[in-house]
Design a binder for this molecule. Structure first.
Ligand code: SF4
Ligand code: SF4
Length: 490
C-alpha cells in the first residue's frame, strides 16, 4: 500500500464484502481511496520524438498500404472503374464482378472475416492493428511528420504551442493547417470516388457541378479527417475508439505486447561518475533517460506497466534499443513479450492457443465460403414477375396461357447476349425473345408467354423453370423457378 493510500484512510479490514468496506469514500477520488490508476496523457498535445528503428520502418511499410485508397479509384477494368460502389444503381463493381443487393452476403462474409482477423491479431499481439494499420494512427503519423517539417522538433513545437498568437506563430501554423486540410480533402475525395466515378467527380469539381450530397460528404469528411488526425490525434485512440474498449476481452496472458523488463531495469537511475572512495550505486539497466516516453505517440510511460493508452506500436522498443546499444547493454529492456514469459511459464505456440484456434477456424470457414461463393457466382441473374391481371388466359385451342416479365441482369463487365429456355412440364410451349442483348452491369426486360394444355395439368399451381443462358456459352446460366397458374382441375 502506498503512503498516499495510508494517508487516505484505505485499509484492508479483512471483510469479505466490497473492497471499499470501511473506507471513507465521501468526497474522495479513486486514487485516494486506494484504486491504482495508470495515467493517460491529458496534458495537451503529445509531441513525440521521431527515431529510426526496425519498428519505425515496419510502421511506414505497413502504412504504405493506405496509398491504395488514393490510387484504386483510378484503376480501370474492362473500360469501367475497377472498384465502384454504385449506390444509386444498387450495384457494387469489384474488378469485373458485379455484386447486387441479393449477393450482399459476400460483403457480410468479407466483413466477418475482417472482424475475426482483427480479433485473432489482438489475441496474438494486442493492439497491433492500432499501432501499425489503423487509418487514425497512420494519418496522425503523416500529419505529425508534416508538423515536424514545418514547426520543428518536439521541444520547439511545445514552446510554439505555449506562445501567444503572433505573426511568427501564424507563419508556421497556417501552412501546416493548409497542408493538413489538403490531405483531408484528398482523403475525403478519394473515399467518395469509390461511390461516384473518380474522373467524372474531378471534371464536375472544375465545372462546379457537384451535387449537394457530394459537396456535403466531401466537405464533412475533409473536416473530420483534419480534426481527428491533426487536432485530436492520440485522444481519439484513448477516448473515442470503441475497439480500445473491447480489446481487453480479446487478450490473455499469452498475448505479446511491448513490455518493460522491470527485473532487469530497476532500480533505474542515471549513470554517474563515481568519485574515488564513493560506493557505486547498484542500478538496473534503465538509465532513466525518458527516451521511451519521448517517442511514444500516446504519451505513455511503458515502465509503469501495460496501459490503456498503449497502441502496441513498438516505437519505445526502438528508442530503448538504441540507448542499450550506446551503453553497451543487451537490447530488449523493452520488448514484445507475454505476461506468461515474464512469469517464467512455458510459452504456448500461438497456433495452439484455444482463442487463436477458434478465431482461425471461423476465419477459415468464412474464407472458404467467400471463395466458393465468388467462384460459383453466375454473371447472369434473373428475376421473373408473373402477370397478376389476369393470372391466366384460356385460349380457344384449349390451352392455358400465363404471361411473365423476365428481368435479366448482366453482372459481368462485358456485353452479353442471352436466350430464354423454359422447362419443368411435358409438352410445354413458350414464346420468348431470343438473342436478348444485355449491356454490362445493366438490366434487360423481356415478355415470356407459356402455354400448357389443360389436360396436362393436375394442379392449379405447377412449378416451371425459366433458364437464362448465354447464347455463346450455355454453361453460363441462371434459373428462376416460377409458377404456372391455371383454373383448379375438376
Ligand atoms: S529508453 Fe530504456 S533506458 Fe531510457 S528510460 Fe526508457 S526504459 Fe529506461
Ligand atoms: S508505450 Fe511503446 S508501444 Fe505503447 S504506444 Fe507508446 S511507444 Fe507505442
Amino acid at each position: 500500500m502506498s503512503d498516499e493510500n495510508k494517508k487516505s484512510g484505505y485499509k484492508d479490514n479483512g471483510q469479505t464484502g466490497s473492497l471499499l468496506d470501511g473506507v471513507d469514500t465521501a468526497n474522495k477520488n479513486l486514487q485516494n481511496i486506494g484504486v491504482e490508476l495508470l495515467t493517460v496523457h491529458t496534458e495537451g498535445t503529445v509531441h513525440a520524438k521521431r527515431m529510426p528503428g526496425a519498428f519505425r520502418t515496419a510502421k511506414w511499410v505497413i502504412a504504405s498500404f493506405w496509398i491504395s485508397l488514393f490510387v484504386f479509384p483510378y484503376l480501370q477494368w474492362n473500360g469501367q472503374q475497377a472498384l465502384l460502389f454504385d449506390l444509386a444503381e444498387r450495384q457494387f463493381h469489384i474488378f469485373g464482378l458485379t455484386i447486387l443487393p441479393q449477393d450482399i452476403w459476400v460483403l457480410a462474409i468479407g466483413l466477418l472475416f475482417g472482424g475475426l482477423l482483427l480479433a485473432a491479431s489482438t489475441a496474438v499481439a494486442g493492439r497491433v492493428w492500432c499501432g501499425y494499420f489503423c487509418f487514425q494512427t497512420v494519418w496522425t503519423d503523416v500529419f505529425t511528420w508534416i508538423e515536424e517539417k514545418i514547426e520543428g522538433q518536439p521541444n520547439k513545437r511545445v514552446k510554439l504551442d505555449k506562445e501567444p498568437i503572433s505573426f511568427a506563430k501564424l507563419k508556421l501554423k497556417i501552412p501546416k493547417w493548409i497542408a493538413w486540410s489538403a490531405i483531408g480533402f484528398l482523403t475525403a475525395f478519394s473515399f467518395v470516388a469509390y461511390f461516384d466515378p473518380a474522373i467524372d467527380l474531378w471534371v464536375r469539381l472544375f465545372s462546379l457541378e457537384w451535387t449537394s450530397t457530394e459537396t456535403t460528404a466531401i466537405l464533412s469528411l475533409t473536416v473530420a479527417t483534419t480534426f481527428f488526425a491533426g487536432f485530436l490525434r492520440e485522444q481519439t485512440c484513448i477516448g473515442f475508439c470503441p475497439y480500445a474498449r473491447i480489446q481487453g476481452a480479446m487478450i490473455d496472458s499469452e498475448t505479446i505486447v511491448p513490455t518493460y523488463d522491470q527485473d532487469r531495469g530497476e532500480p533505474r537511475g542515471r549513470i554517474k561518475r563515481v568519485k574515488p572512495g564513493e560506493e557505486a550505486p547498484v542500478l538496473g539497466d534503465c538509465i532513466d533517460c525518458n527516451l521511451c516516453v519521448a517517442v511514444c505517440p500516446t504519451g505513455v510511460d511503458i515502465r509503469k506497466g501495460q496501459q490503456f493508452g498503449c497502441i502496441t506500436c513498438g516505437l519505445c522498443i526502438d528508442a530503448c534499443d538504441s540507448v542499450m546499444e550506446k551503453i553497451d547493454k543487451p537490447k530488449g529492456l523493452i520488448r514484445y513479450a507475454s505476461l506468461a514469459e515474464f512469469m517464467g511459464k512455458p510459452t504456448v505456440p500461438f497456433l495452439k492457443r484455444p482463442r487463436v484456434l477458434v478465431y482461425t477456424g471461423i476465419m477459415t470457414v468464412a474464407a472458404a465460403v467467400l471463395v466458393w461463393g465468388l467462384a460459383t457466382m453466375s454473371p447472369i441473374d434473373v428475376k421473373v414477375l408473373h402477370e397478376r391481371a389476369p393470372l391466366f388466359v384460356q385460349m380457344s385451342t384449349g390451352e392455358i396461357q400465363n404471361k411473365y416479365v423476365v428481368k435479366i441482369v448482366n453482372k459481368s463487365a462485358v456485353p452479353m447476349t442471352v436466350n430464354i429456355v423454359v422447362d419443368g412440364v411435358d409438352n410445354l410451349v413458350y414464346i420468348a425473345d431470343q438473342n436478348i442483348s444485355v449491356p454490362p452491369g445493366d438490366v434487360a426486360s423481356s415478355v415470356l408467354l407459356v402455354r400448357l394444355q389443360k389436360k396436362e395439368l393436375t394442379d392449379a399451381n405447377t412449378p416451371i423453370n425459366i433458364h437464362i443462358q448465354d447464347s455463346e456459352n450455355p454453361a453460363i446460366k441462371s434459373t428462376y423457378t416460377s409458377m404456372f397458374i391455371a383454373p383448379k382441375p375438376r
